[in-house]
Design a protein around this ligand. Structure first.
Ligand SMILES: O=C(O)CCC(=O)N[C@@H](CCC(=O)O)C(=O)O
Ligand SMILES: [Zn+2]
Length: 335
């Protein structure tokens, strides 16, 4: 196997490879672009015009997605997987991955779309670097742009695997991409309805990529991910990479769609979330339920029918989202 296939090993050791570019026997070029960043380029004659960005480890303790990208890279470096797409592999927060922590000082996934300019430190610099790497990768005109940012969640979930689809004014969510996500094993998609500061929000809004955050199960340390079944996603990613993806029907085949009713923002240290510590994502909340309280008598009361909560987290920093209240959506606004 080519040494550059061991991007994860290099990243965990904080090492730079001796050779920055290597080529497989089939002419696939692998190029190390910096810490946790590797570009894969098929031979020109095989290139099908897709630019695919695969990122994981934006949160350092979310290891199942990192292991998945590591397996894909090994297969490419061994010549077992023969790409027809250009691919950028990114491990988002190398230092947090080494420490097995979500982040060190600042959550990298809250630093995109200009936010990194307003703060300082290693994670702000990394978010800026990730934006630069993504912008360069997605700068070639007339190619198809697709980004999957892979995550696992802090808590268990009533719906194990789901995607978050960013929002941009005037741009419609794609039914074709949703069907592709269904084929990749996603059971639900949350259609965002306002702009955001995550990595996929940046690549979707600024770089014109189809971009999705994928939640694949519960976060566990390296080597303990047997409970996270990424089989369907892995198969589909290999097909996308090799250009052998079967035509998927337009039907969404039971995919559940949700939209954001409200984001719960933590404004102060007085913020209190009235949910059990072990509540699962997608738990239903009855209208009238007092969900949270904050400074100046702020009260978050559920008003929506069919409301559910995802990503409840009272420990986030002030000013950030401490949960998302979602409601069922209809597929009538899809392109
Ligand atoms: O389990 C949690 O509370 C968070 C899991 C996670 O990291 N989710 C992403 C979602 C990103 C998005 O909104 O697209 C995040 O919170 O950054
Ligand atoms: Zn995450």
């Amino acid at each position: 196997m080519l040494a550059l296939g061991k991007l994860l090993e290099l990243t965990l050791a904080g090492r730079e490879p001796a050779e920055k570019t290597q080529v497989t026997a089939d002419g696939v070029r692998m190029r190390w672009l910096g810490e946790g960043a590797l570009e894969v380029r098929p031979p020109e004659a095989c290139d099908n015009g897709l630019d695919l960005l695969l990122s994981a480890g934006i949160h350092g303790n979310e290891t199942a997605p990192i292991e998945l990208l590591d397996r894909l890279l090994h297969d490419i470096a061994r010549g077992d997987l023969k790409p027809q797409a250009r691919i950028l592999f990114l491990f988002g927060n190398p230092e947090a991955i080494r420490r097995g922590e979500r982040y060190l000082e600042l959550d990298v996934n809250r630093l995109f779309n200009g936010r990194h300019d307003q703060v300082s430190g290693a994670e702000a610099l990394r978010a800026c670097e990730l934006e630069r790497l993504a912008a360069t990768f997605f700068s070639v005109p007339e190619r198809t742009r697709l980004h999957y940012d892979l995550h696992t969640a802090i808590r268990g979930s009533k719906i194990e695997q789901f995607a978050l689809y960013p929002y941009k004014e005037g741009r419609q969510h794609s039914r074709r991409e949703l069907a592709r996500l269904r084929a990749a094993g996603m059971e639900a998609v949350l259609l965002q309805s306002k702009i955001s500061i995550t990595f996929t929000a940046y690549t979707y809004e600024q770089l014109g990529a189809e971009a999705f955050t994928l939640e694949l199960g519960k976060a566990r340390p390296f080597g303990q991910n047997d409970g996270v079944n990424v089989g369907r996603l892995e198969t589909r990613l290999k097909q996308i990479i090799e250009g052998t993806e079967p035509e998927q029907p337009e039907a969404l085949d039971g995919l559940q769609l949700f939209s954001v009713a409200r984001e719960i923002i933590k404004h102060s240290d007085s913020f209190q979330l009235h949910l059990a510590a072990d509540i699962e994502n997608f738990s239903e909340l009855e209208p009238g339920y007092l969900l949270a309280e904050d400074i100046a008598d702020t009260r978050w009361i559920v008003e929506e029918e069919g409301a559910r909560i995802i990503f409840p987290n009272p420990k986030v920093k002030n000013g950030l989202r401490a949960g998302i209240l979602i409601v069922p959506a209809k597929p009538d606004q899809l392109a």
